[in-house]
Design a protein around this ligand. Structure first.
Ligand SMILES: *Cc1c(COP(=O)(O)O)cnc(C)c1O
Length: 361
């Protein structure tokens, strides 16, 4: 049952920190190495500070973010473990990164040259085929002089198709080629994201693994060796209920028309909260033991559902993601209906939604 936030709460995200921690423990056990949890993008929308604190008990090596601001926010909250910044920093970001004691992951020669003017730690990003960031695996020689000056404490790569064993194997080979070309082996190597770990049939050969979405309750499904527990619940309250007549329309552009007399409930959540407009006329929500379909276009602040045959009244709580009674809607279910990725559903949950943290029994 959702913890009851104040009665005025219109819509909120509930985060099960116990499930988050169990997912972290499960993926660390499967990988056989410590975690470098990815808490970028505010821990995929769930709240980076709360997530990082909750994961502390698993003794992660450190945390991964995308920006200096994200790393600085963790520092301000008292997180003292190493924090890696994975999106390449430009030299203009360096003073703030140094001030927050962040460790950049770099792949550009001039950025490496500038960063290593001091002795501050950094890690080397090696592009083995994603063509997003990092020095190409076959061009290590170009930066050999920089590597000798301040050797990177770590080196990493990223798989473009985490669950495809052929391309993963090719990228692993390229990574090994690049490592062999380094003047010395960095203390710490890492490559696997969550989906790659899920598909490992032996322990990782790296020093840490970098799961993100698995921690937050979304597994890659088919062929995975482990599956996460759900972590996220999205709730909104019914704020009005009306009966409409045959032929009446609902919401902007009149894309939904009543066939017979229908009961329409208005939920206080919309696309400005992250309940995506792509769920118009397709999303389903759980309400008082039944499933109800979104009726008409999702609007900025409200969403209507066809609650015909369901007893409901203002104040009732609808579940848009999560379990209610014996039924449930996973992040993946919602993503599929919206034709979006689960990553977009989670990171799309906006600041207007209150975050409620609980420890499940
Ligand atoms: C986001 C990210 C991850 C985590 O990916 P998931 O698919 O969420 O497990 C790992 N490594 C890097 C470099 C990333 O950018």
């Amino acid at each position: 049952m959702p913890e009851q936030p104040s009665d005025t709460s219109r819509a909120w995200v509930e985060i099960d920190l116990g499930a988050l921690r169990r997912n972290g423990a499960a993926i660390a056990r499967h990988a056989g190495v410590p975690l470098l949890p990815m808490v970028k993008a505010d821990a995929y929308g769930l709240g980076a500070v709360a997530v990082a604190r909750a994961l502390e008990s698993l003794h992660p090596w450190g945390f991964g973010v995308a920006t200096v601001d994200e790393g600085a926010a963790l520092r301000e909250a008292g997180i003292t473990r190493p924090i890696l910044v994975f999106t390449p920093l430009l030299p203009a970001d360096f003073p703030a990164a140094r001030a927050a004691r962040l460790t950049p992951v770099l792949g550009d020669a001039s950025a490496i040259a500038r960063w290593t003017e001091s002795g501050d730690a950094w890690q080397l990003d090696i592009d083995t085929g994603m063509a997003r960031a990092g020095v190409r695996w076959d061009r290590i020689g170009d930066i050999a002089h920089l590597l000798a000056r301040v050797p990177p404490e770590g080196a990493c790569t990223h798989f473009h198709s985490a669950t495809d064993s052929t391309s993963v194997a090719q990228q692993r080979e390229r990574f090994a080629t690049a490592l062999a070309a380094l003047p010395s082996r960095p203390r710490m190597l890492h490559a696997e994201n969550g989906p790659t770990v899920e598909h490992l049939d032996a322990k990782s050969t790296m020093d840490v693994v970098r799961p993100g979405i698995f921690l937050y309750g979304v597994g890659s499904g088919h062929g995975a060796r482990i599956a996460p527990e759900p972590v996220v619940n999205l709730h909104a309250r019914v704020v009005e209920v009306r009966e409409i007549d045959d032929g009446d329309v609902v919401s902007y552009d009149a894309t939904w028309r009543a066939q017979g007399r229908r009961r329409i409930a208005t939920l206080a959540i919309g696309y400005a909260d992250g309940y995506r407009r792509a769920l118009s006329n397709r999303g389903e929500v759980l309400l008082n033991g039944a499933r109800a379909r979104v009726a008409g276009l999702v609007t900025m602040d409200m969403t209507m559902i066809d609650a015909t045959g369901t007893r409901c009244e203002p104040g009732d709580v609808a579940t848009l993601i999560g379990a209610a009674g014996s039924d449930s809607l996973s992040v993946a279910d919602v993503a599929e209906r919206a034709e979006l990725s689960p990553y977009e559903i989670l990171t799309g949950l906006r600041a207007r939604l209150r975050r409620v943290y609980r420890e499940a029994a």
